[in-house]
Design a protein. Structure first.
Lengths: 112, 115
């Protein structure tokens, strides 16, 4: 059974800092991994999708890496801003279709 | 381009009642899946619909059922509501031919409170 763990559970940083969020998964046989952002009480916004054959994906100030063999992914946020404050969720697709297994998320607070 | 839309946004029910939640997928998408997110937890997969049939199902009891219509929209039905069914219910859509490698897009969710 696939299990996804995200560390840290919460993170507070001052504006402008670069930061790294970690995600680990127990079964390396995955199709892809997706990072999401969730604002309080809201739905999920897709940030980056990394296919199993890829090593990293970039979108603006965000960079996600994938090391499938070690069961790890990182989300790097450059020059953090208060608007980045949200919960970041990592999800892996290891059964195909629409079956994602999620971590519990990292709650990020960026202070002005 | 409309994204995934869900209704209602909030609703309150009492134990034992039944509820129906609705979802319209993103334009061009033909696959809908439903997730349950309890407070402080990551979403959990309930089931996926494609071509009006349930294709995959997570570890949820038969009280949870669904339907997909010819226009690809979907409903989630929960019978005999329990207090533990209180959660944010999220709908996600994707395009099935890329289903195994495709990106999922989520709606804003329906917040269900069971009293």
């Amino acid at each position: 059974k696939q299990e996804v763990t995200q560390i840290p559970a919460a993170l507070s940083v001052p504006e402008g800092e670069n930061l790294v969020l970690n995600c680990s998964f127990t079964d390396s046989a995955i199709y892809n991994l997706q990072w999401f952002r969730q604002d309080p009480g809201k739905g999920l916004t897709s940030l980056l999708l990394i296919q199993s054959s890829q090593r990293e994906q970039t979108s603006g100030r965000l960079n996600a890496s994938l090391d499938k063999s070690s069961g790890r992914s990182t989300l790097y946020i450059a020059a953090s801003q208060p608007g980045d404050s949200a919960t970041y969720l990592c999800a892996v697709n290891s059964q195909g279709g629409s079956t994602l297994t999620f971590g519990k998320g990292t709650m990020l607070l960026v202070s002005p | 381009d409309a994204g995934v839309t869900q209704s209602p946004t909030h609703l309150i029910k009492t134990r034992g009642q039944q509820v129906t939640l609705r979802c319209s997928p993103k334009s061009g998408h033909d696959t809908v899946s439903w997730y349950q997110q309890a407070l402080g937890q990551g979403p959990q997969f309930i089931f996926q619909y494609y071509e009006e049939e349930e294709r995959q199902r997570g570890n949820f009891p038969d009280r949870f059922s669904g339907h997909q219509f010819p226009n690809y929209s979907s409903e989630l039905n929960v019978n005999a509501l329990l207090l533990g069914d209180s959660a944010l219910y999220l709908c996600a859509s994707s395009f099935y031919p890329s289903g195994y490698t495709g990106e999922l897009f989520f709606g804003e969710g329906s917040r269900l409170t069971v009293l």
